[in-house]
Design a protein around this ligand. Structure first.
Ligand code: GTP
Ligand code: MG
Length: 195
């Protein structure tokens, strides 16, 4: 699946702009700057497919990428970014929430958690929304190249504890580094196996 073509389809700013729901899709959600766009680039082996940046709030639209013929990868705007204008943040959050709660072809939401920070309150709000919407989600630890083995053990415990409170959580945590390629093959296999 990941050996084939992957193409940018469109950037969506309103629910009415979503592509037809004739493919299954997975999305990448998470706090601003957690590494969503970088993870999509690592998965697809295309360094600049999704725009990654040091500036939080870089991805401001719901970006659709076609993976082969039957799937979409969806890059979401980050949440929890305080510096953007209030009205702009409110608009993204509303779109993000409608998308997560209302997209019928969404098979799994990958919720990215920065390995240096663990699950924060804003993450927990999104997890609760996913529970209510009955969207299965799976936590993905990002940037694990930035922490030690001991820190990884500690954050893994914290994340497992937080997930235990969420019925829609898929129990297995995926540990990744887009920088080093860790966990990328595992995540590809999870996506390829979804029906
Ligand atoms: P928004 O679109 O703003 O919500 O951000 P995002 O979640 O898409 O994050 P993005 O992929 O743009 O990455 C943010 C920053 O983290 C960039 O400077 C990346 O190079 C860096 N980064 C992402 N993944 C990794 C990783 O696995 N390891 C390291 N060391 N840095 C990473
Ligand atoms: Mg992004």
């Amino acid at each position: 699946l990941f050996a084939g073509p992957v193409d940018f389809v469109k950037g969506v700013v309103a629910m009415s702009g979503l592509p037809p729901d004739n493919r299954i899709e997975v999305c990448f959600a998470g706090r601003s700057n957690v590494g969503k766009s970088s993870l999509i680039n690592a998965l697809t082996g295309r360094k600049t497919l999704a725009r990654a940046s040091n500036t939080p709030g870089r991805t401001q639209e719901i970006n659709y990428f076609a993976l082969g013929e039957a799937r979409y990868l969806v890059d979401l705007p980050g949440y929890g970014y305080a510096k953007a204008p209030v009205a702009v943040v409110a608009k993204w959050q509303a779109l993000l929430k409608s998308y997560l709660a209302g997209r019928v072809t969404l098979r799994r939401a990958f919720v990215l958690i920065d390995a240096r920070h663990g699950v924060k309150e804003v993450d927990d709000e999104i997890l609760t929304l996913l529970d209510r919407s009955a969207v299965t989600f799976q936590a993905v630890l990002t940037k694990t190249d930035k922490i030690s083995r001991a820190e990884l053990d500690r954050v893994t415990d914290q994340v497992r504890g937080a997930l235990a409170k969420h019925p829609a959580a898929f129990p297995e945590l995926i540990v990744t580094s887009s920088e080093k390629g860790e966990g990328i093959e595992t995540l590809r296999a999870v996506i390829a196996a979804l029906e």
